[in-house]
Design a protein around this ligand. Structure first.
Ligand code: ZN
Ligand code: ZN
Length: 243
C-alpha cells in the first residue's frame, strides 16, 4: 500500500476510534474509576507529579527556575524545553503503556499536557513540529512512533505542520535506556539525518520522555545545521537527574 494511502486510512481509523472513545463514559487509566470523557479521573489527574521550578533550556530542576549550571557551561543546541511532568510514578506507568502496549489513546493525554505546559511558558508557536524519529527497525517492531502520535494531536490542535518525511534516524543505536548516562551522547552522535531546508524556521521536537536529552540535543544540532533558527523540545515527562 502506498505510504500516502496508509497515512490516510490510518488517520480515518484513528478519528473514528477517538470519536467512539469520547462518546462512551471512560474508566480512569490508573484507578479504573469513572472518568467521564477523560482518560484519567479528576483525582488521578490532579495527583500527577508536576515539574517544579526548572531550567528553561533543559527542564532540569533549579531553585528559582534559572538556567542550570550544565546549560551555562555547555549550551545545548536546543533553545528551550517544555516538559509537562516529572517522569515518576504514575506517569511512568502511563508512558510505558503508551510506548510498549499500544495504548495509543494516551497520545491525546500527552499532547494536552504539553499544550498546557506550553501555555504556562507563553512561547511563540513554532513553524514546524518534528517527532523524534525512531530507527526504521524499531518503528517496524513497534508498529508506531509514540512521538509521532503525540505530534499528530498537537499539529491538529495548533494548526502547525507536522513534518512526515525528510528527518530520519540513520541507524538503530542500542536503546538509550540500556546505557549509563555518560555514554548516551556518544551513542547517538551522527544518528539523525535531515534532508529538509529549514532556513529561517523555528521548530519544536516532540517526544514522550526526556532523560539526559542526548538524542534531543543531537537532533537539535542536526536541525540547526539544516537552517533552523530555533529549536524547542516538547516533552510529556522529564526524568530527574540522579541526586
Ligand atoms: Zn483515577
Ligand atoms: Zn539546563
Amino acid at each position: 500500500m502506498s505510504n500516502f494511502l496508509g497515512h490516510a486510512l490510518d488517520s480515518v481509523r484513528r478519528s473514528a476510534l477517538d470519536a467512539a472513545r469520547r462518546a462512551l463514559p471512560q474508566r480512569c487509566e490508573l484507578c479504573a474509576g469513572a472518568s467521564g470523557s477523560e482518560l484519567l479521573c479528576r483525582g488521578c489527574a490532579r495527583s500527577l507529579p508536576r515539574l517544579g521550578p526548572a531550567c528553561p533550556v533543559c527542564a532540569s530542576p533549579t531553585n528559582g527556575g534559572e538556567v542550570c549550571g550544565q546549560c551555562i557551561a555547555h549550551r545545548p543546541p536546543f533553545d528551550a524545553t517544555v516538559a509537562a511532568f516529572a517522569y515518576a510514578f504514575p506517569v511512568d506507568r502511563l508512558m510505558h503503556a503508551f510506548k510498549y502496549h499500544g495504548r495509543l489513546a494516551l497520545a491525546e493525554w500527552g499532547a494536552q499536557a504539553i499544550l498546557a505546559a506550553r501555555e504556562r511558558r507563553g512561547l511563540a508557536p513554532p513553524a514546524r513540529l518534528i517527532a523524534l524519529p525512531l530507527s526504521h527497525e524499531r518503528q517496524r517492531e513497534r508498529g508506531y512512533n509514540q512521538a509521532f502520535e503525540i505530534g499528530r494531536v498537537l499539529a491538529r490542535q495548533l494548526s502547525i505542520a507536522l513534518v512526515r518525511e525528510g528527518v530520519r534516524r540513520e541507524r538503530a543505536s542500542p536503546p538509550q535506556a540500556a546505557l549509563p548516562w555518560a555514554q548516551r551522547a556518544k551513542n547517538v552522535r551522527g544518528a539523525f539525518e535531515c534532508a529538509l531546508d529549514l532556513k529561517g524556521l523555528s521548530v519544536a521536537i516532540v517526544d514522550d520522555v526526556m532523560t539526559t536529552g542526548a538524542s534531543l540535543a543531537e537532533l537539535a544540532g542536526t536541525l540547526k545545521r539544516a537552517g533552523a533558527t530555533r529549536v524547542e523540545n516538547w516533552i510529556v515527562a522529564r526524568t530527574l537527574p540522579p541526586a
